[in-house]
Ligand binder design. Structure first.
Ligand code: 7RM
Length: 651
């Protein structure tokens, strides 16, 4: 069928789990079988059992799923709980002295918090927020560096039922302002500044700028003193974190909220215009956060889990601030960047803290891979037992490097597909069970009904690409877009008449039913009647020995519909003159040979880096504008490295 997306990439390697790993895994083959059967025969009962087992409810629920107002699903709606209670209080009897957080600063100083210490910090700060007038349901913006106080602030909000919205500390004052306004925030929690790669990030100054023009509801700005740099404090509005805490008791009663009470909003930029405030619930969100940390990361009491994501992203919510703590495990937090003081920082930290489970993004892996094997080989990585990736499709080249050089061919790699909107992993391997294929996120987790469908919503035969959808509701699904419910329905449900959740990604399944994410639906290219996902062409380019990274986009073409423009980052210097022309030819022919002449790029541009969002996703809309020779009118404030656009404009 012509509306399907053609698949051109073929990856044949398969890596079964090592027997020793399977023997100790949290989810064994028998468990998996049982769970899959239960979920298939009784979807609602499956989730009810898990929710009763994994969450400490203050008031047990009797209604598991209320679907009377679909696609506004409600989970465990007559139950009450407190998320912070589930992450802290319930561990105290057994784990008071256990380390909850190992924090390493940009400069390399280490601070740790036991569960009891974290409990006291959260209680004290929750009391401070209450004292400032923050009430259940109020919105609080958290604009912090990646330091334990960010997690303390999130947990403190959860403790009193305030709805937090973390804004990544790398965002501009303008982006912060939009989010403060949209959320109608009463309080902003920030720091004087953060430190990344030896440089100070002036956070408080950005808050001042964001609030300058007025028109918002912010009453108080709480400032954590972190760098010690001088900042301006506005009388009556601003106060220091330590002043706010003065005289506050360590214990704060957790406020029990309804399961559907919003735990947080998290803004995603989306492809067009205004950011969307993705609204998550308390009970449902917590449940998927818990089970995925247990199933996919296989977390055990002895584990040291390092998820490198900032708390400004959903990954830093589910796999730093909430999930691992709800399981009473030990996490690593890091304030800095992977390349400071040098490209060995991640591996040095893995050795130093004895990291056992490590989770990062393909963009970081590709960036570190560029520096070669010698750097990681200098460190003792023998404690690692499981690796993970998230954020974009990982090309098989990078997967193999991660597997071989970091995991020493011992550690399974869990390639986890999910979104801000899904709250937790949806499609991911179970590391003791699922044979791995480099580049595939493998199979849906138990209870997740993912499928690939055509324009009419019918499941398509394995082999071809289509829309990735989730056909049954799941507990951690987003509840709405804050203040814009119509946008919730239009963006995620309208396409298939509110029957399926539409992820916005294209995907295909292979002969084993494995899912291969092909890119965003909006990025699909239409070349001479062939619909091609971006991922496969990019993977082919990266498979060439001289290429470090690649992004492809379409440009209107009179005959073909779209021409393929490839933006390429080389491992070495960018050649000039005839050498450059020769390399362009080589790469075009390479793609033609690897995946077929249809995918041969019409135009290849070189640059020293790709334009990426702060969370490492390639900004193809900018590249499309460049490919068309248009002036860039889009907002580039969320771009990590704006200066590189110029380079790509040259042919
Ligand atoms: C967790 C996160 C979501 C989008 C998603 C995909 C892409 C994420 C993978 C992936 C291929 C993966 N949330 N994506 N994980 N693509 N394989 N394992 O990233 O809201 O920021 O982005 O990211 O396109 O729709 S997010």
């Amino acid at each position: 069928m012509s509306d399907q997306i053609e698949s051109i990439l073929h990856e044949a390697r398969v890596f079964p789990p090592p027997a020793e790993f399977s023997a100790q895994a949290n989810v064994k083959a028998e468990d998996y079988q049982r769970m899959m059967e239960k979920a298939a025969s009784d979807h609602v009962g499956f989730w009810a059992d898990l929710a009763r087992e994994k969450i400490s409810w203050h008031t047990p629920f009797t209604v598991t799923l209320d679907d009377s107002n679909a696609p506004h699903y409600r989970w465990f709606s007559d139950g009450q709980l407190n998320v912070s209670y589930n992450c802290l209080d319930r561990h105290l009897a057994e784990r008071e002295e256990k380390t909850a957080i190992i924090f390493e600063s940009d400069a390399g100083d280490v601070t740790t918090y036991t569960y009891k210490e974290l409990f006291d910090e959260v209680g004290r700060f929750a009391n401070a927020l209450k004292n400032l007038g923050v009430q259940t349901g109020d919105r609080v913006i958290i604009y912090m560096p990646m330091i334990p106080q960010a997690v303390i602030a999130m947990q403190a909000c959860a403790r009193i039922g305030a709805i937090h919205s973390v804004v990544f500390g790398g965002f501009s004052a303008e982006a912060l302002k939009d989010r403060i306004h949209d959320a109608g925030a009463k309080v902003v929690i920030t720091a004087d500044g953060g430190r990344r790669g030896g440089k100070v990030v002036p956070l408080k100054a950005a808050v001042d700028q964001a609030l300058e023009s007025g028109g918002h509801c912010v009453e108080k700005v709480v400032v954590y003193q972190h760098t010690g740099e001088a900042v301006e404090m506005k009388a009556t509005r601003d106060l220091w974190w330590h002043e706010a805490e003065r005289g506050m008791p360590d214990y704060c009663d957790p406020v029990m909220v309804d399961s559907e009470h919003p735990l947080f909003l998290l803004y995603t930029s989306g492809s067009t215009g205004k950011p969307k405030g993705i609204q998550h619930s308390s009970g449902g969100y917590l449940l998927n956060a818990i089970i995925t940390n247990e199933w996919v990361f296989d977390l055990k009491d002895e584990d040291i889990f390092w998820c490198t994501a900032d708390v400004g992203w959903i990954t830093g919510h589910t796999y730093v601030a909430y999930g691992p703590l709800a399981l009473g495990k030990t996490i690593v937090m890091f304030e800095g960047v992977p390349t400071y003081p040098d490209a060995g920082r991640f591996w040095q930290m893995c050795e130093r803290h004895g990291v056992t489970v490590f989770y990062t993004a393909p963009t970081a892996i590709r960036a570190l891979m560029k520096f070669g094997d010698e750097i990681p080989n200098q460190y003792d990585l023998s404690k690692l037992r499981l690796l993970g990736t998230v954020g974009e499709p990982i090309n098989p080249e990078a997967w193999m490097w991660y597997y071989r050089v970091i995991g020493k061919e011992r550690c399974p790699i869990v390639d986890t597909w999910w979104q801000t909107e899904t709250g937790a992993h949806m499609i991911a391997p179970l590391p003791g069970i699922t044979p791995l294929k480099p580049g595939s996120c493998t199979l849906p987790l138990p209870g997740i009904d993912a499928a690939v469908v055509d324009e009419a919503g019918n499941e398509i035969p394995h082999g071809n690409g289509g829309y990735l959808v989730i056909r049954k509701p799941w507990p951690s699904m987003l509840r709405t877009v804050w203040g814009d419910d119509q946008r919730y329905v239009d963006t995620y449900w309208a396409k298939f008449n509110n029957r399926y959740y539409v992820a916005g990604d294209s995907a295909r399944r292979d002969e084993d039913g494995y899912f291969w994410i092909m890119g965003r639906i909006d990025d699909v290219l239409n070349v001479s009647g062939h619909r091609l996902g971006t991922m496969e062409i990019e993977s082919a380019l990266v498979a060439h020995e001289q290429v470090a990274e690649a992004a492809v986009v379409g440009r209107p073409h009179e005959v073909k519909g779209e021409a393929i423009v490839a933006f390429v980052v080389l491992k070495g210097e960018i050649p000039t003159g005839s050498q450059r022309d020769a390399l362009v030819q080589t790469l075009r022919n390479w793609v033609a040979k690897e995946i077929g002449p249809i995918a041969k790029p019409d135009d290849i541009r070189f640059g020293s880096n790709l334009p990426k969002t702060r969370s490492g996703k390639i900004m193809r809309r900018l590249l499309r504008a460049i490919a068309r020779g248009e002036r860039i009118t889009q907002d580039t404030s969320t771009l990590e490295n704006p200066q590189i656009l110029e380079q790509f404009m040259q042919k």
